[in-house]
Design a protein around this ligand. Structure first.
Ligand SMILES: [Zn+2]
Length: 265
């Protein structure tokens, strides 16, 4: 089968294991059924912005043209640093967008990706956010009415816990430490200022995420369409937004959102 068109980040469904779908134009390719098979992705040389659709020779922040990168609310500083969100004061690149994306319930969570990390996500992005980052376990620790407050909690907790994932270790299932997320949640919440503690969640449900494919690479080598026209191999595993091939090359699909490809299975 050949599918041709614009890639978008993989869609997922929490299941054991997670179900992965690759959007190529209007097709949704169910990838789990291609595990253990040869697949090939060939870049056609065309990139379209995932927001405005304009042709662009280079993609910024995982799929945007330069103009959207500089002006669209999806690329505002508060997306990367939630504590900088000012929508609660009516200040945003686009208030209509902010009403739907910033001024809604957010969660602060702990997840185990490579090590334990803290993060912030919009309520409807659970568990998508956790799957996209390749977390194996995650727990929500606080629920806030907007992005700003979640960001304040996160930026405080960053002094005690990492907020970044080592993607190589994540792909190698290389967990740095064995942590009890419930204990860690209690510890972390106790560190918060009482004003922030009121957002803490009582519920302590851990979500376990199992990724499709048993293969674990020894050493990962990242490949990109910016350097190679064709990326192919036997698909052994899918984790986060990465396809992992038998020769231990890994392809970050999200990074190539907006790229046009021919996908062959
Ligand atoms: Zn654009």
């Amino acid at each position: 089968m050949i599918y041709e068109g614009r890639l978008l980040k993989m869609r997922t469904q929490l299941d054991k294991p997670v179900k992965y779908f690759l959007p190529v134009n209007d097709d949704m390719i169910y990838l789990n059924e291609h595990l253990g098979k040869d697949v090939s992705l060939e870049f056609t040389g065309k990139i379209n912005c995932i927001r405005c659709g304009a042709a662009t020779s280079k993609s910024f922040n995982q799929g945007y043209c330069y103009k959207c990168f500089k002006t669209a609310p999806e690329n505002d500083e508060s997306v990367f640093n939630p504590e900088l969100s000012k929508s609660q004061f009516g200040i945003s690149r686009d208030m209509e967008w902010a009403e739907e994306h910033d001024l809604i319930d957010h969660y602060v969570y702990l997840s185990i990706t490579s090590g334990i990390k803290v993060g912030v996500t919009r309520h409807h992005q659970i568990p998508t956010r956790w799957i996209d980052q390749g977390a194996m376990y995650a727990i929500s620790i606080a629920k806030t009415p907007n992005r700003h407050i979640a960001g304040i909690i996160e930026s405080y907790l960053k002094q005690h816990i990492a907020d970044k994932t080592n993607w190589r270790n994540m792909l190698k299932d290389n967990l740095k430490e064995d942590v009890d997320l419930i204990d860690e949640k209690k510890r972390i919440v106790s560190l918060l200022h009482p004003e922030l503690q009121k957002y803490a969640l009582k519920d302590s449900q851990i979500t376990e995420i199992v990724y499709p494919g048993d293969y674990v690479p020894d050493n990962v080598a990242s490949v990109t369409f910016d350097k190679e026209k064709t990326i192919e191999g036997k698909l052994m595993r899918i984790k986060g937004q990465y396809l992992i091939f038998q020769d231990d090359t890994v392809l970050n699909i999200r990074k190539h959102a907006g790229y046009h490809v021919m996908f062959k299975v």
